[in-house]
Design a binder for this molecule. Structure first.
Ligand code: NAD
Length: 366
């Protein structure tokens, strides 16, 4: 790679790094949810709390079928960003029922509730993810109270078993697939320029970005389980990479918007990503170059390529379409500066305001 060659023409030593790899068992196969009961039995985990959102009735039915009488408690109240009060009630129910393992089947919201209960009780958590949130691969969990979402890292939040089954994504609506896939791409991108990125997380993030580039449009526009499966692998890789190295400006901005205005998680990521990349690219040219290569894009046109991918998978038309008003842009910009959001490029009011204004309008990044 060009960035490994010094001006003198000699090959540079790779940058030093130290890392702790995240533990946990991962199973991926078409129909893999059928293996879940055996995995629990091997660990002598017999009293299950099954967490599936009430609106995901088919997932609940499938979960009940495969787990049978192991299910001691069904919990179907799931909300995005895990309200603290909800997590406390679910935790109390788990304790009262004397369960010994949590099984969460669903998107990032369902996984998030499982993580919160796992942290509070110390119970092991098995997750069957059915979106591309990638939360199942990170030790990060969040709780919301008083319109403020607080996130933390805790190894008890990391699932001990993750079962990926592309068949379960057949029912996933295209309107979820597109933004959720862009959410996974955002994990890949930021993992490349997070402060402690290393060659292993780079490899995961680049493979993830390449699969999203290759398969997301097909996963969005058809029910092809193979395409949906490749994007699921990408979401897994993205989650491991980001869960290992942490986040940067793009995630911090999305988090800020979610906290201030309760914007929908995946859609916020999908809208913001091209503009965040455009803002950061001058500060992380080598990482952006590799991301462009993985996505078969021209380096200078990377933000535009990400924007175009978003357009072809139904990204909403700018922050204005998810409830943000134009006259709120100055307050958002100021909040980013006041809170000193982490960023490899220093936060400059005018440039950041322009990036947020462009994201509000939803036009191609400049
Ligand atoms: P979500 O879990 O709310 O799911 C989105 C929608 O998809 C829901 O309406 C759900 O019912 C539906 N759905 C899910 N699976 C389905 C299926 N198989 N068939 C039909 N419909 C299905 O949204 P999300 O984007 O997956 O997750 C968002 C949440 O995850 C946020 O709270 C976010 O903060 C959190 N998250 C956390 C991390 C982390 O590392 N901690 C990473 C990413 C996201």
């Amino acid at each position: 790679m060009a960035s490994d060659i010094a001006d003198s023409g000699t090959v540079q030593m790779p940058a030093a790094f130290a890392r702790t790899s995240l533990p946990g068992r991962i199973i991926f196969s078409d129909g893999a949810v059928g293996l879940l009961a055996g995995e629990l039995d091997q660990r002598e985990l017999r009293r299950v709390m099954l967490i599936v959102a009430s609106h995901d009735a088919r997932l609940a039915e499938r979960g009940s079928d495969v787990l049978g009488e192991r299910v001691q408690l069904r919990w179907d109240e799931v909300r995005q960003h895990v309200p603290l009060e909800l997590a406390q009630r679910a935790t109390d129910a788990a304790t009262a029922a004397g369960i010994d393992v949590l099984v969460a089947i669903g998107g990032g919201s369902t996984t998030g509730l499982g993580k919160a209960i796992s942290v509070a009780t110390g119970l092991p958590l098995a997750v069957v993810p059915t979106t591309y949130a990638g939360s199942e691969m990170t030790p990060i969990y969040g709780l919301t109270s008083d319109n403020d979402k607080k996130t933390a890292r805790d190894m008890r939040a990391l699932p001990s078993i993750v079962v990926y089954d592309p068949q379960l994504l057949i029912t996933l609506p295209a309107a979820v697939i597109g933004p959720s896939g862009l959410n996974a791409l955002a994990h890949c991108a930021e993992a490349l320029w997070a402060a402690n990125a290393d060659p292993i997380t780079d490899a995961l993030a680049l493979d993830g970005a390449g699969r999203i580039h290759q398969h997301l449009v097909t996963a969005y526009s058809t029910e092809d389980p193979a395409a949906r499966g490749h994007v699921l692998i990408a979401a897994c890789l993205a989650g491991i990479a980001l869960g290992t190295v942490g986040t940067s400006l793009h995630h911090a901005l999305c988090h800020l918007l979610g906290g201030m205005f309760d914007t929908p998680h995946a859609e916020t990521h999908a809208i913001m990503l091209p503009y965040a990349v455009s803002y950061l690219q001058p500060a992380v040219p080598a990482a952006a170059r590799r991301l462009a290569q993985a996505m078969d894009a021209d380096e200078r046109a990377l933000p535009g390529s990400i924007w175009s991918l978003g357009q072809s998978v139904g990204t909403p038309a700018g922050l204005r379409s998810i409830g943000i008003l134009e006259d709120q842009i100055p307050a958002i910009t100021q909040a980013a500066l006041t809170r000193k959001l982490p960023s490899p490029r220093p936060l400059e009011y005018a440039a950041l305001h322009d990036a947020l204004r462009a994201a509000w309008a939803g036009q191609p990044p400049g």
